[in-house]
Design a binder for this molecule. Structure first.
Ligand code: KIV
Ligand code: NA
Length: 264
C-alpha cells in the first residue's frame, strides 16, 4: 500500500466516487481511521476547541499544531494528511503563508495544508502550489472569521450562493486540489460541486459534495451537549468512557481492582 495522493482524489471525482474525511489529532485515532477506510485526515485547527478547550479556533498556534500533525503522520500508512494553517499564520500574504506552510511540511511531515478564505487568499494558494505544496481550500462558513461573520451562520443563503461559488472558483483557479464547503445550503454546494473540476468536501453542505468531513469527536459521540445539526453520531464514546471510568473508580474504592490476575 502507498499513500493517497491528491491526484487520486481528483481521479475519484472523475469516476464519481465519494470519499470520507475525518479530523485527527493523535496517534490512536489516526491509526484507526487510517486502517478503516478514511483516505484523508485533517489535523484541523479545531484542535483549539477539541483538544485544548478553547471557545474558538483562533487561539491555537503553529507551534501547538505541528506536534499533533507529526503524531498523525507517524501513526498512518495510507492516508493523506492535511494540516490546517492557524489564524494569523497566513493572512499577511504569500510570503507569510509560504513560511508557515513550509514549517508544516518540513517539521510536521504534512502532505498538504488547508487555509480559510476564497478570493482573499487566492494569492497565498498560488504561492504555496507554486512551491510544491498541495493546498485544500475552505469557503462558506470559515470559523477563523466568526467574529466578522457574527457566529456560526450558514453562508450563501438568499442569493448569496454566487459569492460562495466565486470564492470556491478562486481557490480552484489558484491551484487548490480540493475545497471544503462549510455550512452552505445543499443546492449551493451541489452547483459548486458541478462547476469545479476539483473535489468538494462538505460539512453541513448536504449530500451532493464529492466528500464529507466531520470532526472525529462529533462523529464518534465523544463531545457531549448540543452538537450542530449537520453532525451525525456513529458511536457513544462519551457514554462508553463514562461507564468504564465509573467502573474503574468503583472497583478501586471497593478493593476489587487489581485482583490476583493483575498482580505480579
Ligand atoms: O478544523 C477543522 O476541523 C476543519 C474541518 C471541520 C473542515 O476545518
Ligand atoms: Na479548520
Amino acid at each position: 500500500t502507498r499513500r493517497v495522493r491528491t491526484r487520486d482524489l481528483i481521479a475519484a471525482k472523475s469516476r464519481g466516487d465519494r470519499w470520507p474525511m475525518l479530523t485527527s489529532y493523535d496517534q490512536y485515532t489516526a491509526s484507526i481511521f487510517d486502517q478503516n477506510g478514511v483516505p484523508v485526515l485533517l489535523v484541523g485547527d479545531s484542535a483549539a476547541n477539541n483538544v485544548f478547550g478553547h471557545e474558538t479556533t483562533l487561539p491555537i498556534t503553529v507551534d501547538e499544531l505541528i506536534p499533533l500533525v507529526r503524531a498523525v503522520v507517524r501513526a498512518t500508512k495510507t492516508a493523506l494528511i492535511v494540516a490546517d494553517l492557524p489564524f494569523g499564520s497566513y493572512e499577511e500574504g504569500p510570503t507569510q503563508a509560504l513560511r508557515t506552510a513550509v514549517r508544516f511540511m518540513k517539521e510536521g511531515g504534512a502532505h498538504a495544508v488547508k487555509l480559510e478564505g476564497g478570493r482573499r487568499v487566492a494569492a497565498q494558494v498560488e504561492a504555496l502550489v507554486g512551491a510544491g505544496i498541495p493546498v485544500m481550500g475552505h469557503v462558506g462558513f470559515t470559523p477563523q472569521s466568526e467574529h466578522t461573520i457574527g457566529g456560526y451562520r450558514v453562508q450563501g443563503r438568499d442569493n448569496q450562493g454566487a459569492e460562495v461559488l466565486a470564492d470556491a472558483r478562486a481557490v480552484a483557479e489558484a491551484g487548490a486540489f480540493a475545497v471544503v464547503l462549510e455550512m452552505v445550503p445543499g443546492e449551493v454546494a451541489k452547483t459548486i460541486t458541478k462547476e469545479l473540476e476539483i473535489p468538494t468536501v462538505g460539512i453541513g453542505a448536504g449530500p451532493d459534495t464529492d466528500a464529507q468531513v466531520l470532526v472525529w469527536q462529533d462523529m464518534a459521540g465523544l463531545r457531549t451537549g448540543r452538537t450542530p445539526r449537520f453532525v451525525k453520531q456513529y458511536a457513544d464514546l462519551a457514554g462508553a468512557l463514562s461507564q468504564a471510568t465509573q467502573q474503574f473508580a468503583a472497583e478501586v474504592r471497593g478493593g476489587e481492582f487489581p485482583s490476583a490476575e493483575h498482580t505480579f
